[in-house]
Write a protein that binds this ligand. Structure first.
Ligand code: MN
Length: 291
């Protein structure tokens, strides 16, 4: 077993608004060397770094829009988000919760600040990922997993070093609650200052870290500050994170699907023909109805 080395530490891009409720730095697929193939099956990552939204009577967010061919996963760190989809899925997620929506054959959904959060305003921080589905599952039935923080398995690290929340996949043989269509590890790692945690994924797994709070040192030699994205080489298995100060990081590891990607707007399929079909189906009302 050898060390999985850091390939790139990526600074956050100039933020832009998605709708009027999400002020995000896009890392995947717009940053240099982070196209849809590089972190396959993680094909999109928007990061809303801490942003103080003023109070608003009308909840800010993104109106009704379709998706087909992948999953959207939202990890809330601060603030509250409401979600509704045309498949009947929906709910409110708050600090520490995760919403895992499998669009698959197609849903319409909308994503908004939760009503009370909106009325009071406040600091909002979240990550949204798009996770690609294997070709054989792209047209399966939509589903929705509301993962409240108290249902997320937590692994306590020795010597009060902190804890690892296992959202999906596993850590030290402890499995997470989310069901996935391909092998994925998604961990929320909370480390106290000076603490160290070790991780190991096969070398072919595309692996990255988003620094949510604090700053960390990786493999004893690479410092990554808050709001940065760390991409690992596809070589070696083991990596080490040390907290330079109290830190929270999102660790992502996934076995690449290695299938063709045909993507446009809210649809991610394997071929151009399937993309055209997605637009046709959407225009013909086959994604259902959502007010
Ligand atoms: Mn969406």
């Amino acid at each position: 077993m050898s060390t999985k080395k850091v390939e790139l530490i990526v600074s956050p891009a100039t933020p832009h608004f998605v709708g009027d409720g999400f002020r995000v730095h896009n890392f995947i697929p717009s940053k240099f060397r982070l196209d849809m193939k590089r972190m396959d099956p993680f094909i999109m990552l928007d990061y809303n770094s801490k942003y103080d939204f003023p109070a608003s009577e009308n909840p800010k967010g993104v109106g009704v829009h379709p998706h087909r061919g992948f999953e959207t996963v939202t990890v809330a760190y601060q603030g509250k988000i409401a979600h509704h989809d045309s498949n009947g899925g929906g709910g409110i997620i708050g600090e520490g919760d995760v919403q895992w929506m499998t669009a698959a054959s197609g849903v319409l959904h909308k994503e908004y600040h939760e009503e009370n959060f909106s009325k009071n305003g406040g600091v909002f921080q979240m990550v949204q990922l798009w996770i690609n589905l294997p070709a054989k599952d792209k047209m399966s039935a939509p589903k929705y997993q509301a993962i409240k923080n108290d249902k997320i398995t937590k692994v306590q690290l020795a010597n009060n070093a902190g804890e690892v929340e296992v959202i999906a996949g596993e850590y030290k043989n402890v499995k997470g609650i989310a069901s996935t269509f391909s092998p994925i590890h998604m961990l929320n790692v909370k480390l106290n200052k000076g603490a160290v945690a070790n991780f190991s994924y096969p070398k072919e797994y595309n692996t990255a870290i988003v620094i949510i709070e604090g700053g960390i040192k990786i493999n004893n030699n690479e410092n990554a500050p808050t709001d940065h994205f760390v991409l690992f080489e596809n070589d070696g298995e083991n990596f080490k994170i040390e907290a330079n100060e109290d830190a929270v990081v999102l660790v992502l590891g996934g076995k690449p699907l290695n299938e063709p990607i045909a993507a446009r707007g809210p649809f991610v399929m394997n071929t151009q023909k399937e993309l055209v079909q997605a637009f046709d189906d959407f225009n013909n009302g086959k994604f259902g109805y959502l007010e």
